[in-house]
Design a protein around this ligand. Structure first.
Ligand code: PRP
Ligand code: URA
Length: 208
């Protein structure tokens, strides 16, 4: 699993532990999703390509840099929405392209209901944002869409992954790095991650 990165950062472990707890209310849950998204994106973008330039400081000229990639954030609705704000704080000029998918409760297959991608891609790299990688169906369908759209450099940033979902996304798209806060034990009989955190959408939006 050379393209799978589970964060080892103590702040990530600490915040994820609070996020998982049943007692964590939606307001705190949203705050933690936002913070974790920023921390994981910091790690997921450690190899961004820089373009050199010069800047004038009050005392001289300094060698400076700017990120060359034009980055698109692709949150998978609904639960991925809560990750956008945290990532935007690091990448304020990133464009955001929403994809709406929900899992059919019986088949666990993703059903697309929204797609805000323009006709041609205006970005060179996409970060897919979704807290949960369960069967991997939603993430795989989103990578399929982005590749059909023409984006080659795609990364998945999530919070918790099940081994089944990681395996599915990796075998469909081995070129897509997967950045997570944790890899959990397994899926249960209804496709939820165990121990996980429950339903990430319901817990953010108070709809459970
Ligand atoms: C959740 C989650 C992922 C998907 C993961 O969304 O946010 O998008 O399930 O499952 P998978 O890996 O098996 O596809 P859900 O379908 O519950 O929709 P919601 O975010 O609107 O609640
Ligand atoms: N979606 C969630 O929100 N949680 C899971 O555990 C699996 C899919």
């Amino acid at each position: 699993m050379s393209n799978v990165f589970a964060s080892k950062h103590p702040l990530v472990a600490h915040k994820l532990s609070i996020l998982r707890a049943t007692s964590t209310e939606p307001q705190k849950f949203r705050e933690l999703v936002k913070e974790l998204a920023a921390l994981l994106t910091y790690e997921a973008t450690a190899d961004l390509v820089l373009k050199p330039r010069k800047v004038n400081t009050p005392l001289g000229t300094a060698q400076a840099y700017e990120v060359e990639d034009e980055i698109g954030l692709v949150p998978i609705l609904r639960a991925g929405l809560g990750m956008v704000e945290g990532v935007w704080e690091l990448l304020p000029s990133a464009e955001v392209w929403h994809i709406g998918l929900y899992r059919d409760e019986k088949t666990l297959k993703p059903v697309q209901y929204y797609n805000k991608l323009p006709v041609l891609p205006r970005v060179s790299m996409c970060l897919i944002l979704d807290p949960m990688l369960a069967t991997g169906g939603s993430a795989t369908a989103t990578v399929d869409l982005l590749k059909q759209w023409g984006v080659k450099n795609i990364r998945f940033v999530g919070l918790i992954g099940a081994p089944e979902g990681i395996q599915a996304l990796q075998s469909a798209h081995p070129d897509v790095p997967i950045h997570l806060a944790a890899i959990d034990e397994r899926l249960n009989e209804v496709g939820y991650i165990v121990p996980g955190l429950g339903d990430a959408g319901d817990r953010q939006f108070g709809t459970g």
